[in-house]
Design a protein around this ligand. Structure first.
Ligand code: FMN
Length: 94
């Protein structure tokens, strides 16, 4: 049987271009929950690598839910803008 790694994978309404999926990896590198250059580099490398799907690390929607202030978060405008920067990179290069 031929390897399926580089074959498309239909998932409901989305078809992944291949079966390479990057698992979420907490980086503990956010600045009070705000993603920085590290996140852009860490996730961005996968955007340009050919992986079909990249799952970002656990992202917290309330300050009291975080394990540490270095946990990626998404409950302020600044945090939203920082995550958008990464999303924009994926849209342009992923
Ligand atoms: C250092 C590290 C950080 C991880 N961070 C997350 C995370 O933020 N969110 C999450 O859902 N899983 C996280 N995981 C779990 C991994 O994504 C993955 O599910 C786990 O390592 C099992 O993968 P495997 O079945 O390929 O061995 C983390 C794992 C490791 C080792």
């Amino acid at each position: 049987m031929p390897a399926l790694l580089f074959e498309p994978l239909p998932l409901r309404g989305v078809t992944l271009q291949n079966r390479i999926i990057v698992a979420p990896m907490t980086q503990f590198s956010a600045n009070d929950g705000v993603a920085g250059d590290w996140h852009l580099m860490h996730l961005g490398q996968f955007a340009v690598s050919g992986a079909a799907l990249v799952l970002p690390e656990s992202t917290y929607v309330a300050a009291e839910a975080r394990n540490t202030p270095a946990c990626l978060s998404l409950y302020t405008d600044e945090q939203e803008a920082a995550v958008k920067r990464i999303g924009d990179f994926f849209a342009a290069h992923g």
